[in-house]
Design a protein. Structure first.
Ligand SMILES: NC(=O)c1ccc[n+]([C@@H]2O[C@H](COP(=O)([O-])OP(=O)(O)OC[C@H]3O[C@@H](n4cnc5c(N)ncnc54)[C@H](O)[C@@H]3O)[C@@H](O)[C@H]2O)c1
Length: 340
């Protein structure tokens, strides 16, 4: 299949009623902005979960093009009212911190597994024809036994978040096979870009690195030789929109990867060179992180690419530059302090 042009994936959803659960967060807001600009009718449901990437600044300037409901995806009565009439539902509402899932395991399980099941149940009742795209994570694989990791790789999560997300994946497949609900699960790799949470290291190492760079501080690279295939957030938003339009992907669990594998030290080098401030030190992993670290990871996402025609458009240096440019303008909205 020929790759689509930028914006085609969103334009194809013009005039359609779309719900984005978790749309105040990093990836959800990027998707919401793209779809709303292209003329889709976008409903966001988000409870601004503590410690998440929810941030009203994510939607600034676009509020009037969207409908925003403050609500919890575990509230089935609310979902049944709101999701009626929706043709596509993107479920990005989640507890997504790996370390956080070890500190508050029941919250992680309740939101990720229970909340996803509540969404599926509401759809079964009020939106049985809707397509549901669920954002899962490469974390379900745990420590890779081989690279690149394809969808046949064993699922062996190393933290509660990986277990709860895998449970949610299975609920989606169950509802596809038992009720014919049109579900698609995407296992995303590390995502970065404008609007990501940079207040702390709760969600990603890169958020912490970015914040410290802007404050002209040194950040720590733990280990450093680990390989990752980061994806720029706009490429992920496009992947989500394409998945919703790809009938052959329904019922599947598919990897979505990113750029060429690159070591953490090489990412840190790019960041310091592009940002022209701060610096980094390579340190051993703290014990609590080492227990849930997965080592090297990069995806084999050939099936997703073949089915949808998707490929990432944004190189790591370009994505980092655009991320730096965004936070140069909006740092205070994401940290409460001004950049150095
Ligand atoms: N960012 C990444 O690198 C990455 C990688 C792999 C998978 N994912 C997955 O993508 C999805 C989105 O991630 P993100 O980085 O945008 O996270 P995020 O924290 O920025 O956004 C999640 C949003 O969900 C909302 N939310 C949480 N619990 C909720 C609830 N009970 N009811 C309603 N809303 C709720 C939060 O308020 C937040 O706005 C998550 O499922 C995550 O696991 C993200």
């Amino acid at each position: 299949m020929a790759p689509m042009k930028a914006g085609d994936a969103f334009a194809a959803m013009r005039g359609r009623r779309v719900a984005i659960l978790g749309g105040l967060g990093f990836i959800g807001s990027t998707l919401a902005l793209g779809l709303a600009e292209s003329g889709a009718g976008v409903l966001i449901i988000d409870n601004e979960a503590a410690g998440s990437g929810a941030n009203p600044a994510n939607l600034r300037g676009c509020e009037r093009k969207l409908e925003l409901v403050r609500g919890d995806i575990r509230d089935t009565a609310m979902l049944s009212r709101r999701l009626s009439g929706c043709e596509v539902i993107f479920n990005l509402a989640a507890e997504s911190s790996h370390l956080g899932s070890m500190d508050r395991p029941l919250l992680d399980l309740n939101v990720n597994a229970g909340g996803s099941l509540a969404v599926l149940e509401a759809c079964r009742k009020v939106a049985p024809d809707a397509v549901i795209v669920f954002a899962s994570t490469r974390q379900v694989y745990g420590r890779p036994s081989y690279l690149p990791v394809d969808e046949n790789h064993p699922v062996r999560p190393v933290d509660v978040n990986g277990v709860s997300k895998h449970a949610a994946e299975q609920f989606h497949q169950l509802f596809y096979s038992v009720y014919g609900q049109r579900t698609i699960v995407l296992r995303l790799t590390n995502v970065f870009g404008p609007r990501m949470r940079i207040a702390d290291a709760r969600q990603t190492f890169l958020g912490e690195w970015l914040r410290r760079s802007f404050l002209d501080e040194r950040f720590e690279v733990w280990g450093g030789r680990q390989l990752r295939d980061l994806t720029f957030v706009e490429d992920v938003a496009e992947a989500l929109a394409l998945a919703a339009q790809t009938e052959k992907a329904q019922g599947s669990v598919l990897n979505v990867g990113g750029c060429e594998p690159i070591s953490l030290i090489a990412i840190a080098e790019h960041l310091v060179q592009l940002g022209k401030r701060g610096g980094y030190s390579v340190k051993p992993f703290p014990a609590n992180r080492a227990r849930i670290d997965i080592g090297d990871y990069y995806s084999d996402d050939a099936t997703f690419r073949r089915l949808t025609g998707w490929a990432p458009r944004t190189s790591l240096p370009e994505g980092l530059q655009r991320t730096l440019d965004y936070f140069q303008r909006h740092f205070v909205d994401y940290t409460g302090v001004s950049a150095a």
